[in-house]
Design a protein around this ligand. Structure first.
Ligand code: PLP
Length: 439
């Protein structure tokens, strides 16, 4: 058996291996075809930043299961907390009953969220449910129907969250009609917001602006420094709420507990999920206490704030604050410096951007399938590095926040080799799929 604690990936043979192939054959006829698996990784177990597949191949994970396992896969303290809580109480429903882990976590999140004054917490099971809850609360509290969001945004797959999203047509196609009275401005562009308020969205009808402090699925886009403070001012002037979707950027990922802290901005409602419980399904909205004025029965969830997920979250948040926040900053700086160094040698890298361990590497856009970006990700997989895409031509780096210096070095070296291999493919086939000279 391969030691999972070792930093180096270890690939035993061509991928997928025989056991993985057998599972893929079973998956094909029974699983929904709507999922977006990019490469055939069939996972058996994982520890911290290392993942082992069913054939015993070992991978370095720069995805954290889509930015989720913040403290590392199977962190021993998280596993111990889950075991303890599962032995005590797995479920009772916070909708109708009380239990200490949920109350403790609400107290903790209410203290953590930026901004003055008391906060209240509503628990959900996912990012989309958190955004859905925020939209319902914003409409109900303000008595206003409209919401404003941004082109390139991704807020989730339920109807409200999907209607706020504007990332890719496939996510909306065939699902209409969507939730009405939702407008989209250009991300990072305050004038585009003002233009909508002057032309199509009366400010007195605007309930809330929904924004990702750093755009995630849309391409890991860091906005200009005036953007979030400008949105705060626009909301204050219009009497609208500022809803910060920190589902991906929150809870230490960017080297701050909340990404909005990079710009000193507090939202009226903050949406959380992903990293909060280190892999157990949990989400939350944290809102100014004075605006969480919906009465009993107006919103609830059978599972939201499940005791085991809350116990996991309490330990995860402690680990992030005590250890991984500073590590995310250090390793993020190291990763960005390493990738920028590669950009000096690979002109096909257009930009490296991000904060902490929320890093995007935009590469040359190419026509045809698979794209140059997708080939980089594929070559990395075959060399033992797990990556994900975001936006039209960006490689996304969202590893567990416990990443080590050595793991960053190994990851950057594999990215270097993967780009080289993807570039060689361009040379082989067409001399540049997008018509430009190969980098
Ligand atoms: N909001 C943001 C910013 C996200 O990145 C995501 C998921 O990627 C969501 C919401 C939806 O989260 P979930 O998939 O848990 O519903």
């Amino acid at each position: 058996m391969i030691a999972l604690h070792r930093d180096e990936p270890h690939i035993l043979g061509p991928l997928p291996g025989p056991r993985a192939r057998a599972w893929l054959a079973r998956d094909l006829p029974v699983m929904s075809p709507s999922y977006t698996r990019m490469y055939p990784l069939v996972v058996r177990r994982a520890k911290m930043a290392m993942v082992e597949d069913v054939d015993g191949n070992r991978f370095l994970d720069f995805t954290a299961g889509i930015a989720v396992t913040a403290a590392g896969h199977g962190h021993p303290e998280v596993v111990a907390a889950i075991r303890r809580q599962a032995g005590r109480l797995i479920h009772m429903s916070g909708t109708d009953f009380y239990y200490p882990p949920q109350i403790r976590l609400a107290e903790r999140l209410a203290r953590l969220a930026p901004g003055p004054g008391p906060k209240r917490v509503f628990f959900t099971n996912s990012g989309a449910e958190s955004v859905e809850a925020a939209l319902k609360l914003a409409r109900r509290h303000t008595g206003r129907p409209r919401a404003l969001a941004f082109l390139g945004a991704f807020h989730g797959r339920t109807y409200g969250a999907m209607s706020l999203s504007a990332s890719r047509p496939i996510q909306r196609q065939g699902f209409g009609p969507l939730v009405p009275e939702i407008h989209h401005a250009r991300y990072g562009d305050l004038e585009s917001v003002r233009h909508l308020l002057r032309t199509t969205c009366p400010p007195e009808e605007l309930a809330a602006i929904f924004v990702e402090p750093i755009q995630g699925e849309g391409g890991y886009i860091v906005p200009p420094d005036d953007f979030l403070p400008g949105l705060r001012a626009i909301c204050d002037q219009a009497g609208a709420l500022l809803v910060l979707d920190e589902v991906q950027s929150g809870l230490g990922r960017t080297g701050r507990m909340f990404a909005s802290e990079h710009w000193g901005v507090a939202g009226d409602i903050v949406c959380l999920a992903k990293g909060i419980a280190n892999g157990l399904p949990l989400g939350a909205i944290v809102a100014r206490a004075d605006l969480m004025d919906w009465p009993p029965g107006s919103h609830a969830s059978t599972f939201g704030g499940n005791p085991v997920a809350c116990a996991s979250a309490l330990v995860t948040l402690r680990l992030i604050e005590a250890r991984y926040l500073a590590n995310a900053r250090r390793r993020g700086d190291q990763l960005m410096a390493g990738l920028r160094d590669l950009a000096g040698r690979h002109p096909s890298i257009r930009e490296v951007r991000g904060k902490g361990l929320m890093v995007g590497m935009e590469v040359r856009a190419t026509a045809g399938e698979p794209s140059f970006r997708d080939r980089i990700i594929d070559h990395a997989f075959h060399r033992g590095l797990l990556l994900l895409p975001c936006g039209p031509s960006t490689v996304r780096f969202c590893p567990p926040l416990c990443l080590t210096r050595r793991q960053v070095e190994i990851g950057v070296a594999i990215v270097d080799a993967a780009i080289g291999a993807a570039e060689a493919k361009i040379d082989d086939r067409t001399g540049g799929l997008d018509g430009s000279a190969p980098g």
